[in-house]
Design a binder for this molecule. Structure first.
Ligand code: ADP
Ligand code: ADP
Length: 231
């Protein structure tokens, strides 16, 4: 099943007198459920723009975007917001967990917002925490957790409502290499457990090489090593 499909994506920013920047050019990308894909790009290459378009936070000038089989090109904000909440999880370099709530509560809250009952939401939170080896930290607040633990909770929260697609922007950017490995292993467990697709922007080439596919974004074009073009 296709989690994300981008085709013929074009994006240009106009910057007044300094002219226009053509950030994305003819970008095609299909992610299937169960795939973990690295996005490697130099700074300024358009990585955030691509993640925002895939995440339905920004719209391309041209091209089609579909998420979990729903065509979302040219649809209104309400439908895009609904699709984003139901089908997309986000993780950033900084965890953005709510400091007043425990790890488990941080994973419960988005489920309550989505209509789940407390008991059901709490059971899922504990199950997700178990998948990343964090059962024993469920009742700790973020400030009592290490950076790697906080990021594992952030992954669980992103997956709380069982989205089809996870978009991560440098999720291990703040962590030392050993902790990065633990967090990456946790992510792989979650992907195997939930069968979602993950697109992970990273500067860590060693980590990228361990993912299923490695995409490069340069000069507005998306290319895939070992393939004739991005599929
Ligand atoms: P990355 O995340 O790879 O660093 P971005 O997607 O943030 O790259 O930006 C790609 C290019 O587009 C950069 O040259 C950036 O300055 C430009 N850019 C990004 N957002 C805007 C914007 N809202 N208005 C004008 N230019 C922008
Ligand atoms: P909420 O359900 O809390 O109102 P939204 O529907 O606005 O959140 O957004 C859903 C997801 O998109 C959230 O996980 C949030 O982190 C992310 N998000 C929303 N707006 C932005 C933005 N401008 N930049 C990056 N991520 C955003």
């Amino acid at each position: 099943e296709t989690a994300l499909s981008l085709s013929g994506i074009e994006k240009t920013y106009n910057r007044g007198k300094t002219g226009a920047v053509h950030v994305l050019s003819g970008v095609d990308l299909t992610l299937k459920r169960g795939e973990v894909v690295a996005l490697v790009a130099p700074s300024g290459a358009g990585k955030s723009t691509l993640l925002h378009i895939a995440g339905l936070l920004d719209t391309p000038d041209e091209g089609h975007v579909s998420v979990a089989g729903q065509e979302l090109t040219g649809t209104g904000d309400a439908r895009r917001t609904a699709a984003r909440r139901a089908e997309i999880g986000f993780v950033y370099q900084f965890h953005h967990l709510l400091p007043e709530f425990t790890a488990a509560e941080n994973i419960v809250l988005p489920q309550l917002a989505n209509g789940a009952a407390w008991a059901e939401a709490e059971a899922r939170a504990k199950e997700l925490l178990g998948t990343v080896g964090m059962d024993h930290r469920a009742d700790h607040r973020p400030s009592a957790l290490s950076g790697g633990e906080q990021q594992r909770v952030a992954f669980c929260r992103a997956l709380a409502n069982a989205p089809a697609l996870l978009l991560a922007d440098e999720p291990t950017g703040n962590l030392d290499p050993t902790t990065s490995d633990t967090v990456f292993a946790a992510l792989m467990s979650l992907v195997r457990e939930t069968g979602l697709a993950a697109l992970i922007a990273t500067h860590n080439l060693e980590l990228a090489s361990r993912m299923d596919r490695v995409l490069h974004l340069d000069g507005g074009r998306l290319t895939e090593r070992g393939r004739s073009g991005a599929s």
